[in-house]
Ligand binder design. Structure first.
Ligand code: PMP
Length: 354
């Protein structure tokens, strides 16, 4: 090892799902939305003033912040935007988790949490989910440096009732509780309604799933003005221009089109319900999903074998070779046609291999 390497900040990075550069596959591995973004988003690209790009973007991303504030019925000062919710969450870890006490999150959850904690040298302690992959409220009612909970959880797809989440938020007035709601639009109840009651609550959402804009990278946090001010202070100490001009304009269009948003959500939900029925018929076991993916296991076939067989067929799902979840597949909801192809293949494969 070279002498200088001793002083390098070494990290084990998060591994994102595969993004193969092929159009001939059925891609159900990264919880993307199978439908295009709202029509107004394409309009922005068509009419884009390329000349305008010589200027820096608005560092406050005011148009987008205003659109989101209006959508949620909040003040602009209660909204923070970033480059996907990954950016917003990372900035929140940096800003709010500065205690010597450990930050708490589940042992099976979004696998970026421990990566950020390691990167920023934040002490943390994973709380084991129970055998049904549920969070135990009592595990989060103890002295700690902060809490982050994905609701619905990923990759397990389980979710927690708002009343139970409220117990955790109310029971931890001395630290910030982050509720990561990447999948909330597909069925769960947002903790957003608790914002007026709790000044230690930060709700994080994304445009990547329900608004079909994973490729543009937009995420945001909602919280009281003080929290958002602290987040902005950290952001302006790091990179003033996180959101580019085009992304800001596209994000506004996505938020404005409520009708398209609701229609697209409903299509994904309908397909999810159909897929759940079919998977059940095939003997798969899973918790009822309120998100745009199903986390399923089959009692008689190893998930890794299924994962490989699906991949060979050009159907990509996500497999995690990790303790407790290495016999599960996380299957994103695609179009009806894509899910029919998935089910037909599974029928055939199980017929031949059981
Ligand atoms: N939180 C959870 C629970 C997720 O599954 C994801 C998607 N990988 C994210 C946050 C980040 O999403 P994005 O950065 O695309 O907003």
């Amino acid at each position: 090892m070279a002498a200088w390497e001793e002083n390098v900040r070494k990290v084990v990075p998060y591994t994102p799902g595969e993004q193969p550069n092929r159009s001939d596959i059925i891609k159900l591995n990264t919880n993307e939305n199978p439908y295009p973004p709202a029509p107004g988003v394409a309009e922005i690209l068509r009419e884009m003033d390329v000349q305008g790009l010589r200027k820096y973007p608005d560092p406050t991303a005011d148009d987008l912040v205003s659109a989101l504030a209006e959508y949620h019925g909040l003040q602009k000062e209660q909204v923070f935007v970033g480059v996907g919710s990954d950016d917003v969450l990372a900035m929140s870890f940096l800003t709010f988790f500065n205690s010597q006490k450990p930050v708490l999150f589940p042992d099976i959850t979004y696998s970026f949490y421990d990566v950020w904690a390691e990167l920023f040298r934040i002490p943390y302690q994973c709380q084991p989910l129970d055998e049904k992959f549920q969070i135990r409220t009592e595990d989060y009612l103890k002295d700690c440096g902060g809490i982050v909970i994905a609701n619905p959880n990923a990759p397990t797809g389980t979710w927690k009732e708002l009343a139970e989440l409220e117990q955790i938020i109310a029971g931890n007035p001395e630290v910030i509780v982050i509720i990561d709601e990447a999948y909330i639009d597909f069925g769960g109840k947002s903790a957003f309604s608790l914002l007026p009651k709790y000044d230690n609550l930060l709700v994080v959402q994304t445009f990547s799933k329900s608004r079909s804009l994973a490729g543009m990278r937009i995420g945001y946090a909602l919280g009281n003005q003080k929290l958002i001010k602290y987040l902005n202070d950290a952001k302006y100490s790091f990179n003033s221009y996180t959101m580019d001009t085009v992304t800001i304009a596209m994000g506004v269009e996505a938020v404005k089109d409520k009708v398209y948003f609701r229609q697209t959500l409903q299509k994904v939900i309908n397909t999810r319900e159909w897929t759940q029925k079919q998977l059940k018929k095939l003997g798969f076991v899973f918790q009822d999903s309120q998100s745009n993916f199903i986390f399923a296991s089959h009692p008689n076939i190893a998930a890794r074998d299924l994962f490989e067989a699906l991949k060979a067929e050009g159907i990509y799902v996500r497999y995690f070779a990790k303790p407790r979840i290495d016999n599960y597949l996380r299957i994103s909801i695609g179009t009806d046609q894509e899910m029919k192809a998935l089910i037909s293949f599974l029928e055939q494969y199980l017929g031949e291999n059981l």
